[in-house]
Design a protein around this ligand. Structure first.
Ligand code: SF4
Ligand code: SF4
Length: 379
């Protein structure tokens, strides 16, 4: 049986329009009541990467969060909302991105993701992962990603959004364990999604992000909401909406190799709007960050500069605040004499620094082979 993903047009964040679009979106899936029974403890997991204003398209828009809270409450669910942001405390970030106001106005609860619990992953990439207790205690998890490009993984949407279940500084530790191996990191994300198994994933793709996502890209009008119970199938439709090549999205590439259900658009039944009516032309992907020739490490290491991209400091923008230094998984960054320095040999190209810098002061410089590859792709 095909995985079902609902799709609908949503042109703006006007409150009434979003409520109507959500109703339209969920009707073919049986409405929200098909996922939430009266009295159930429901955790909503929006993208709260950083404390940015909603129009910067870094975080799930508060009007989408509001509309979902109201629907869950109508179904009789008891709603909490939370995430573990990349930088800043959850409360500060929720305040700045407008989600805390929505929580207070609707009478939902704020879930601070303060405590984590080790969870054994059977035959997984990691023996265990430490996940937010707020997520594990919920009876129903509703995943609320924002559709954005992602410098390391290609795209962040249904699957990648669940990485927020890993609390605080545990995230850089996982990056460090995966090192430069993106396939390994993508596999961990897929295992995490399988462990959390959200009942529903609802994507805010009204305004998405293109270019240098997920923290410093450009907002782009997509005009859609998507929903489904399989986050991988939802991602398949999101990829088709943007025109990204599925093999450039690491979670999708690895899921296809493992024949996971929903990892290919052929396995998805789209309900509601026609995909062709909402596809956007010329969506700008994140810069490619590696060339995969399957070279053995003894060859790929010395050729790193040519084969991969690296973060480079924009001196005009960098304020030497040290935030990226604190979060760099292999401690490859330091501030010396008031300037930020990056040890290129220690850097694992995770691009966490670019994701977190509040001043967009880190650029991605591609190696010669990547530039050639991009040039040939344009021809
Ligand atoms: S790159 Fe950004 S986060 Fe890092 S020190 Fe400079 S301003 Fe701060
Ligand atoms: S310098 Fe940036 S890209 Fe390199 S390891 Fe540190 S956070 Fe990751």
């Amino acid at each position: 049986m095909k995985e079902r993903v609902a799709l609908t047009a949503a042109a703006s964040y006007d409150r009434a329009a979003i409520e109507a679009a959500l109703e339209r979106l969920l009707t073919p899936l049986g409405g929200l009541a098909a996922f939430v029974r009266p009295g159930a403890r429901v955790l909503l997991k929006p993208n709260m990467l950083a404390g940015k204003a909603p129009d910067q398209a870094v975080t799930t828009h508060p009007e989408v969060v509001r509309a979902v809270i109201l629907q869950v409450q109508r179904a009789g669910g008891i709603v909490s909302v939370g995430d573990s942001p990349g930088v800043g405390t959850p409360r500060q970030v929720a305040q700045r991105c407008g989600i805390l106001d929505v929580i207070n106005e609707t009478g939902a609860h704020f879930a601070p993701f303060a405590k984590s619990v080790p969870v054994a992953i059977a035959a997984g990439t990691f023996h265990h992962l430490e996940l937010a207790r707020d997520i594990l205690d919920a009876e129903v998890v509703i995943n609320l990603p924002k559709l954005k490009t992602h410098q390391m993984m290609g795209m962040t949407c249904g699957v990648k959004n669940l990485f927020g279940a890993v609390v605080g500084m545990r995230k850089p530790q996982l990056h460090l364990q995966a090192g430069t191996d993106k396939a390994f990191f993508a596999l961990m994300l897929l295992e995490l999604a399988e462990q959390i198994r959200p009942a529903l994933t609802i994507v805010d793709a009204v305004t998405g992000m293109e270019g240098d996502g997920p923290g410093s890209g450009d907002p782009v009008q997509i005009g859609a909401l998507l929903a489904g119970s399989n986050p991988l199938a939802v991602d398949s439709v999101a990829i088709a909406l943007t025109g990204l090549r599925p093999e450039t999205v690491w979670t999708q590439q690895i899921a296809r190799r493992r024949h996971l259900p929903g990892s290919s658009l052929d396995e998805v039944e789209i309900l509601g709007a026609e995909l062709a009516t909402l596809r956007i032309p010329r969506f700008r992907p994140a810069k490619s960050t590696d060339v995969n020739f399957g070279l053995p490490p003894f060859l790929s290491r010395p050729l790193r500069r040519t084969l991969t991209a690296r973060p480079v400091v924009d001196r005009k923008r960098c304020r030497a605040c040290g935030l990226c230094v604190k979060h760099c998984p292999p401690a490859a960054m330091l501030i010396r004499d008031g300037r930020l320095h990056i040890d290129e040999h220690a850097c694992i190209r995770c691009f966490c620094c670019q994701e977190l810098c509040p001043h967009a002061a880190l650029e991605t410089h591609q190696g010669a082979l990547l530039r050639l590859q991009a040039f040939l792709a344009r021809e």
